[in-house]
Design a protein around this ligand. Sequence first.
Ligand code: ADP
Ligand code: MG
Length: 256
Amino acid sequence: MISIKNLEKTYGEKRALSGISFEIQKGEICGYIGPNGAGKSTTVKIITGILAPSSGEVTVADIDVIANPEMVKPLLGYVPETGTVFESLSATEYLHFAGRMQNIPDTLVRERSALLLDYFGLAEAADRMMTSFSKGMKQKVIISTAMLHNPEVFFFDEPLDGLDAHSTLLFKELLHHLAIRGKTIFYCSHLLDVVERVCHRMIILKGGSIIAQGSIEELRDMTKQETLEEAFSILTESEEVEERTIRMLDQLGALV
Ligand code: ADP
Ligand code: MG
């Protein structure tokens, strides 16, 4: 469903992605994991046709994204890292606005919006101006917006921002069942928590390059660690987290 070949991206002098290649099958949940600045958001912006790569090939559903971004966009649901809503609208109004932008009939938008907002526990708040919404409530509206046109491929860039424990659980279940229904999911995160439980496969990115990929079991075997968290730490950090913490606190204490 998604195919990337030799993707490169530089921002001026700064090289953000070097020789990224991978494929993701229909119905797969793929975690794209890496520390801050690894290049996750850059990759997603390129696959969704928002940002042009410096070189490389990107296809979604066999459509060349670089040549035909407008053909690909209706197939995609995207929750950006820095998603925003128009706060002076209510959640319902915002979803209607998004639906109009995507040429979805008003009646369908009304029905789908009501279902999505109810699922996320926002039924009662649906007609309130979003200025009164918490970060998590706005995030749920953004996720609902990405689902409104029933896309085939989802891109979630740090989607749990602001969500509480119950909403996180709900979201995890949502990912699982979207995949069962044949949707493809590309999930970017610097956190392992949810990823470990829902992803079929993970790609680990560091400094703009893929340093490992595979199932959770494969990554654990590869690093000989019991938990994915330890495996991730081994793969992305050059030294032990505990050592670094103790050294920093020792040095900080010595400064008195
Ligand atoms: P991640 O999402 O994994 O945290 P990003 O894709 O946002 O990483 O960023 C990858 C690298 O590219 C970082 O070093 C970041 O500072 C740099 N970068 C991202 N966007 C820009 C930009 N618009 N201009 C210059 N550098 C950028
Ligand atoms: Mg990012």
